[in-house]
Ligand binder design. Structure first.
Ligand code: F6P
Length: 371
C-alpha cells in the first residue's frame, strides 16, 4: 500500500519529526511505501504532481532540523484556486480580478492516479478545514496531524511548535532584561500567536515580564502606563512588556500589515501592535520605550525535545489511524493520552482561558494584564 504525507500552512518546529515518524512507522510496521508531497496540497494539484517516494535515508537525521523537508504552503485553496498562465502570471477576468476555479476534483483524481490510498495531512486550522472538506465532499481518506506555534487548535491540548516558539521568546526576553535594566527602559516584546495569547502568556511568564497583553484580556494603554509609573515609584526603573500580535486595547483595532494575502487560506497578516503601543506609551510616560518584534524567529531553528517527541508520537499515531481506517479524524494529545478526534474540531479555536492557572499564577506574582 502507498500513503502520502504533506505539510500545509506555515512551518513550525516538529514537522520533520512527524514526517520521519510517519515514514518509519509505515515502512517498519506495515511495509507501506510513503510518498512525500511537496508544498502542501499544491504538490498534488500541480501538473505533473510534485511528489516523490521517501526512503529511510531522506528522513534520517532530520529530527533536529526546523522547517519541513517537504516544503509548506498556506496558499492555494483547491476549492477556490487562483489560476495562472504557463509563465506563472495570474489569469485575470475582464474586471482585472484573479480567476479562481474549484480544482478539488483534479486533486482527488491525481491522488487516485498516483495510487495513494490515504493521506496524512499535517497542518493548522486552515489546512484541517480543507482536509475535512476533501474527506467529506470528495471521499478522500485523510488523517490529520495538528500543528501550529499558536497552540490555539481545538480537539488537542497542545500543538507541537508552540514549545519551541515559547522557548525562543523566553530566551530573547532573558537577553532584553539586561538592556532594560542598564538603560532604565521599557522594553516591548511582540510575539506571534494570531488571535490567541498562548505564546505571549507563557513566554512572558517564563521570561519574567512585568506586563503581559493578550487578545483574551481587555487592556488599556492608560493602565499599562499606570503600572510602569507605579513600578518606578517602587524603585523599578525598567519594565518588560510581552504583547501578543492579536492583542488590542479596549475599543481598539487589530494591528495588521494592511494588505490581505488574497491567495492565502487565512488572508489577514497580523503584526505591529508593539510599535503602536510604543507610540501610545511615549505620550504618557517619560521613559524610553523600545520594541523587539520576534517575528518568524519563533518558527525556526532547533526544535525542543518536547516538540520533537510530540511530533514523533503524533506521526506514529497517524499511521496507526490510517491502518485502522480512522479517516476524517485527526490525532491529538489530551492529557497524557494520544487520541483521535474529528478533523473539524481543529477549526474551533482554543483561546487562552482568562481564568487559567497560568493567568492566575501570573497575577499572583505581580504581573499586570493591563486590565
Ligand atoms: O499561525 C502561525 C503564524 O506564525 C501566526 O502566529 C502568524 O500570525 C502567522 O502564522 C504568520 O504567517 P506568515 O508566515 O504567512 O506571515
Amino acid at each position: 500500500m502507498k500513503i502520502g504525507v504533506l505539510t500545509g500552512g506555515g512551518d513550525c518546529s516538529g514537522l520533520n519529526a512527524v514526517i520521519r515518524a510517519v515514514t518509519k512507522s509505515a515502512m517498519y510496521h506495515f511495509g507501506w511505501q510513503v510518498v512525500g508531497i511537496q508544498d502542501g496540497f499544491q504538490g498534488i494539484t500541480s501538473q505533473p504532481p510534485n511528489v516523490h517516494v521517501l526512503d529511510l535515508h531522506e528522513v534520517s537525521g532530520i529530527l533536529d532540523r526546523g522547517g519541513t523537508i517537504l516544503g509548506a504552503s498556506n496558499r492555494g485553496d483547491p476549492f477556490n484556486y487562483p489560476m495562472h498562465d504557463e509563465d506563472g502570471k495570474p489569469l485575470l477576468d475582464e474586471e482585472g480580478k484573479q480567476i479562481r476555479q474549484d480544482i478539488s476534483d483534479r486533486l482527488a483524481e491525481n491522488m487516485r492516479s498516483l495510487g495513494i490510498k490515504a493521506l496524512v495531512v499535517v497542518g493548522g486550522d486552515g489546512t484541517m478545514r480543507l482536509a475535512n472538506r476533501l474527506h467529506v465532499e470528495k471521499g478522500m481518506n485523510i488523517v490529520g496531524v495538528p500543528k501550529t506555534i499558536d497552540n490555539d487548535l481545538g480537539g488537542t491540548d497542545i500543538t507541537f511548535g508552540f514549545n519551541t516558539a515559547t522557548q525562543i521568546v523566553t530566551d530573547a526576553t532573558d537577553r532584553l532584561h539586561s538592556t532594560a535594566e542598564s538603560h532604565h527602559r521599557v522594553m516591548i516584546i511582540e510575539t506571534m500567536g494570531r488571535y490567541a495569547g498562548h505564546i505571549a502568556l507563557n513566554a512572558g511568564l517564563a521570561g519574567g515580564a512585568d506586563i503581559i497583553l493578550i487578545p483574551e484580556i481587555e487592556w488599556t494603554v492608560e493602565k499599562v502606563a499606570a503600572v510602569i509609573k507605579e513600578r518606578r515609584r517602587m524603585g523599578r526603573r525598567h519594565t518588560i512588556i510581552t504583547v501578543g500580535e492579536g492583542a488590542k486595547p479596549k475599543g481598539g483595532q487589530l494591528v495588521t500589515h494592511g494588505k490581505l494575502v488574497e491567495d492565502s487560506v487565512i488572508a489577514e497578516r497580523l503584526g505591529g501592535i508593539g510599535h503602536w503601543l510604543r507610540e501610545a506609551l511615549e505620550d504618557l510616560i517619560d521613559l524610553e520605550v523600545r520594541v523587539t518584534v520576534m517575528g518568524h524567529t519563533q518558527r525556526g531553528g532547533t526544535p525542543t525535545a518536547f516538540d520533537r517527541n510530540l511530533g514523533t508520537l503524533l506521526g506514529h499515531a497517524a499511521v496507526l489511524a490510517v491502518h485502522d481506517k480512522k479517516f476524517g479524524q485527526m490525532v491529538a494529545i489530551q492529557g497524557t493520552q494520544i487520541v483521535t478526534v474529528p478533523l473539524d474540531l481543529a477549526s474551533r479555536t482554543r483561546p487562552v482561558d482568562p481564568d487559567s492557572e497560568a493567568v492566575r499564577a501570573a497575577r499572583g506574582t505581580m504581573v499586570s494584564f493591563g486590565d
